[in-house]
Design a protein around this ligand. Structure first.
Ligand code: ADP
Ligand code: MG
Length: 141
């Protein structure tokens, strides 16, 4: 069954002009883009998105990083999309990511790591609703 997941191309991806390359890789992996936008997060919206990490040592720098440039949230669709996207992006730390993954190819560090992906189907629906309205999620392909 087709599943949907949320990705965010992070501020480093936008700043380094990598959004085209990363989207191309995602399309080549068989994901369809259902919805996409470019927005600037505020400390409130970035902090709310990463609420689960509040209190961790990297939380403040994560919120600062996520607000330093625009980001590109996207809804992606594929069979088993959540797990598939986690495979394609690679480990959080690029030094530990598999060859050919987005983070291995493009990320500079564990903090500045180019891309977000939902970690479960439940969180995917919550995260999709965080960025996209019902009207924006209608697709006809
Ligand atoms: P993932 O993005 O792989 O799901 P987490 O959910 O654990 O990873 O963390 C969310 C984000 O917080 C990471 O993508 C990364 O940008 C940042 N982060 C996580 N752990 C660290 C860390 N130890 N040091 C710096 N930044 C971190
Ligand atoms: Mg995570």
């Amino acid at each position: 069954m087709k599943e949907r997941t949320l990705t965010i191309l992070k501020p480093d991806c936008v700043k380094d002009n990598l959004i085209g390359k990363v989207i191309d890789l995602l399309l080549a992996e068989g994901f369809k883009v259902c919805a996409m936008k470019m927005i600037k997060l505020t400390p409130e919206t970035a902090g709310g998105f990463y609420e689960v990490h509040k209190g961790k040592p990297f939380y403040d720098s994560l919120v600062e990083f996520m607000t330093e440039n625009r980001v590109v949230p996207m809804v992606l669709e594929k069979e088993n999309a959540v797990a598939e996207l986690r495979r394609v992006i690679g480990a959080t730390d690029p030094a530990e990511a598999e060859e050919g993954t987005v983070r291995k190819l493009y990320a500079e560090s564990k903090g500045r790591n180019i891309i977000h992906a939902s970690d479960s189907p439940e969180n995917a629906s919550i995260e999709i609703s965080y960025f996209f309205s019902q009207a924006e999620l209608i697709s006809n392909y």
